[in-house]
Design a protein around this ligand. Structure first.
Ligand SMILES: Nc1ncnc2c1ncn2[C@@H]1O[C@H](COP(=O)(O)OP(=O)(O)OP(=O)(O)O)[C@@H](O)[C@H]1O
Length: 441
């Protein structure tokens, strides 16, 4: 049964609506403010006075984009109510209320909701999502991102991508490359946190035989081999500052030298850098040179975290399931409970986490994907019961690492600090877990 929630501090309105709402065929709940938590498919919202604070509370409400909202007001012109309507609220009923019309609208919503929940039990075999390059998503923030990427792809400007882990920075970088005039040239991704400083330097600049122990022969770096291509420097803030200044010189003059050589060479490589730290904090904390930041940030692009992408969450879940269904010839479907849990979770690991979660659930499910096939999606701190006696040391370590990452919103530098290991060690461990998962699938 569809759920309807009435929010009003106006006693007279609550009384007036009591009969039409109870007769409308919904499971009905009520509160006087938006502060009290509730779950609903349809919200009738009738505050006696509506101001800026109420507008902000609505915008931050977890159901702002997940339920339909009907507004009731006394009809006094009010800019905050107008703003609310522009934010996607469907109906604005002004007093005196036409109760017959209200009842008709409630019945229409109820029928639509019933149709949606029956179609939600159908196995998704198609995707509704827009795709731009390698990026999926139909939400307004993603469409804005596509416009920005389209513009930057036509230029040769360096780009800085800022966003949480798993929000699609590397996909955005690959999309920019694919849409640029460099598309036929190499795209190389270097993770500055996963490699040692020496290796990053030698990968970028190359080296000559004997430049350091183990340099057994000459080696050309990416600036030489990929001069006409795109270099993606992931986790740029983990690059040692000394190397950052060498990189700055390349960006300013195009000049570089192989490690151990005096010969100056030139490159025209395009740099796309990425970070999951805030650039301001990284500069203040001494992780990012300010002059390098200004060189890179001709085009700073922010990747939105999944929790700010409205309906994309559920549609991405359906998309990933549809792909698995078609690939494996199955027709597994989500239950309504699973859809609700997916929609309400904050997804700190963003699209990567959602994708893994759906792919696992698809493996575990016989027919339906319900809460039993999903990991626990209630928000809670580290679950130490995962590390009860009897757990192997390997599993305990894995649980602790994943829980710390989750607590740090997937920020690997912060998680590594808390765990007392280097970022490189953390990467190596995560890589091992990922390989393990692939074997298991
Ligand atoms: N917009 C998106 N559309 C489709 N898939 C996405 C999107 N964003 C992320 N993903 C999925 O998440 C995975 C991780 O994305 P990506 O490597 O681009 O994230 P990232 O921000 O670079 O993460 P990290 O900071 O951890 O390196 C991708 O392989 C893809 O499966």
């Amino acid at each position: 049964m569809a759920r309807l929630h009435l929010v009003t501090d106006d006693l007279a309105l609550a009384q007036q609506l009591a009969t039409p709402l109870t007769q409308a065929g919904y499971q009905l709940t009520q509160s006087t403010t938006l502060h009290e938590p509730f779950r609903a498919d349809l919200v009738v919202y009738g505050p006696s006075h509506f101001g800026e604070q109420d507008y902000r509370e609505y915008r931050q409400h977890p159901l702002a984009h997940q339920a339909d909202w009907l507004l009731v007001s006394d009809g006094t012109p009010n800019p905050w109510l107008d703003k609310l309507m522009r934010r996607g609220v469907a109906y604005h009923f002004r007093k005196p209320l036409d109760l017959d019309h209200l009842q008709q609208v409630l019945a229409e919503f109820r029928d639509e909701l019933a149709e949606q929940s029956s179609s939600c039990a159908q196995a998704p075999l198609r995707s509704n999502l827009d795709q731009y390059g390698l990026l999926l998503g139909s939400s307004e923030v993603m469409r804005r991102l596509y416009r920005l990427i389209r513009r930057v792809s036509r230029t040769d400007a360096n780009v800085l991508l800022v966003g949480e882990s798993g929000s699609g920075k590397e996909l955005a970088a690959r999309t920019i490359h694919q849409q640029s005039q460099r598309a036929a040239e190499p795209f190389v991704a270097v993770n500055c946190a996963a490699l040692s400083a020496e290796l990053v330097e030698s990968e970028l600049f190359g080296h000559v035989k004997g430049a350091f122990t183990g340099a057994l022969k000459d080696h050309s770096g990416f600036f030489e081999r990929g001069a006409a291509g795109t270099l993606f420097l992931d986790e740029i803030t983990e690059m040692p500052l000394e190397l950052q200044s060498k990189l700055l010189r390349v960006l300013e003059t195009g000049e570089f030298r192989r490690v151990g050589s005096d010969k100056v060479q030139y490159t025209k490589v395009r740099i796309i850098a990425a970070t999951n730290r805030s650039p301001d904090e990284a500069i203040d904390g001494g992780f990012l040179r300010e002059d390098l930041y200004f060189r890179l940030a001709h085009f700073p692009i922010q990747l939105p975290p999944l929790r700010q992408r409205d309906d994309d969450i559920v549609e991405l879940a359906r998309h990933f399931l549809a792909y698995r269904n078609v690939e494996t010839g199955t027709d597994k479907a989500f239950t309504q409970g699973a859809i609700d849990a997916i929609a309400q979770y904050s997804w700190p690991g963003n699209v990567r986490q959602l994708k893994h979660c759906i792919e696992r659930a698809h493996i575990l499910a016989v027919n339906e994907i319900g809460l039993g096939e999903l990991p626990d999606l209630t928000e809670k701190p580290l679950a130490t019961e995962d590390i009860a006696p009897g757990t192997t040391l390997r599993d305990a370590e894995r649980s602790l690492i994943l829980a710390t990452l989750e607590a740090c919103q997937q920020n690997k530098t912060q998680a590594a600090q808390q765990l007392g290991v280097s970022v490189k060690t953390l990467y190596n461990k995560l890589e091992k877990y990922r390989e393990g998962e692939e074997e298991w699938q």
